[in-house]
Design a protein around this ligand. Sequence first.
Ligand code: ISL
Length: 590
Amino acid sequence: MTRLQQKWWKEASVYQIYPASFKDSNNDGWGDLPGITSKLPYLKRLGVDAIWICPFYDSPQQDMGYDISDYEKVWPRYGTNEDCYELIQKCHDAGIKVVVDLVINHCSSEHKWFQESRSSKSNAKRDWFIWKPAKGLDAAGKPIPPNNWKSFFGGSAWEWDEKTQEFYLRLFASKQPDFNWENEDMRKHLYESSAGFWLRHGIDGFRIDTAGLYSKADGLPDAEITDPDSEFQYPGEITRNGPRIHEFHKEMRQYFDEQVQDGREIFTVGEVGDCTIEGRLLYTSENEREMSQLFHFAHINVGATELFRYNVTPFTLKEWKEAIAESFQFANRTDSWSTIYLENHDQPRSVTRFGDDSPLWRNISAKLLALLEISLTGTLYIYQGQELGQTNNIGWTLDQYEDVDVQNNRNLIREKHGDDSVHMRKFEEGVALFSRDHSRNPFPWSSREPDAGFSVHGGQGAPKPWLEVNDTFRDGINVEDEEHDPESVLNYWRQALLVRKKHKNFLVYGQDFEFHNLDHQKLVMFTKSSGDDSEPRTLFAALNFSSEPCDFTVPDENATYTPFFGNYPLESGQKQSLRPWEGRLYFASD
Ligand code: ISL
């Protein structure tokens, strides 16, 4: 096979920005778009090629902007539409592409379409959302939801509407009504407002939110009872990758293609979560023209049960290795493409989960995670703060979390078991490890008190950021301190991104990935080729995921292994032994 088709969006390192928490340029305690624009030189120096900005559209913020009330307007706290156009222009001037979030499974109940839909049963937009009558009344005279589906944020997935005496479906928060994708008229208006508008303003791609959820199973049947203790059941299979999902994606992609008339090549990355290999191939095949790549969750879901993310369960390194490979192995030598990521705005910090965030090992294990990521095949995503080796928040009480997912579930546990219950203690432990707020703190630009340099003016009278800062900015985890430290995680990421580019044929585009000694409980070792059959070398990676030294064997004793990058200084004549949390990349030749 000849080399894979190379594309800008395959080899781009994409930096994900959470606008509420990146940089506050007007001192109101919230990040904003001019704040992002002011930090483009930082991103350029980091070496990223594109940014993905989480939703910045008008919203009542029940779910941090994933509840959109106007797709075509910037939320005033984040700035104006003009600020956004300027950001896009300045990014392009700096050679940085712009990817925006496309949130189209649901909108906010404050969106005018939903307001119309809920106004009467005969409204022309009634069918744009999913309305159903009650199944009956319970003993207390309360309407019973149409089926047993549980919301992703806890409780029933149905919300009762007093005025028209029907339920609407909302798989997420109470004010996030799901669109009815069966309605063609709705789909056309949705594409136009949420995507067409921004494509015409020059953006380069979309991260498609909940991209597997639009086509619900025919008849919305009850979910299987997987949690007998719960009144409502996780509808996973029934809501995911439904009967018309591929048709919808093809239609939407065709719409995108029609909008872009100036020859620029946009790309899309869908948040799919869980899907078979066949499904992943269908979604991402170049030939099928649906999406360019997708986010699969297997490797970030290890250690939590599917039923409830705060149920912490042990996992082995082998399980994690196999789950990581699920992200990209399916695409091997096909026309599909993959993604590489360990963090995003829905995930805790990777060094806490997969490295060792104690003072002794945080720096080196965060670098090891960076090394792992730059050596895997797919488009690489870095979430803000990850490049600093940011850790979870330590010692937070439940009151400190803002996330609707934490507060909803806390209320449910409180009602059922009380605040002093074992259930609440277990939940608290789960939140300490898995809460989404661990990645949502204001970004630490410096060690300046009290807000880590997040707002333009600090010191006395500085605004209180919308979410508390992570205390670790006082321990050197901030941009200013890391800039000055040649050994910092930040400086390592800069170097690592250059190495990824320099050896992109192996690192970005490498094929035929194979684990070596998969069962090993400390080592992650693998080989891959450049995918070009005329290239005689192979890449070999040896990474020690433990706090003790570890010996390893190479896959082929007769080959010559030349190390070219690692997270400790490379020394000549190295033995087959790795220091704690050490990783090395080699080229092997016969
Ligand atoms: O993080 C989760 C629950 O705490 C996931 O179930 C997550 O909600 C799911 O992956 C979908 O995520 C996306 O859509 C949500 C939004 O809250 C997330 O931030 C977004 O990434 C609803 O729009």
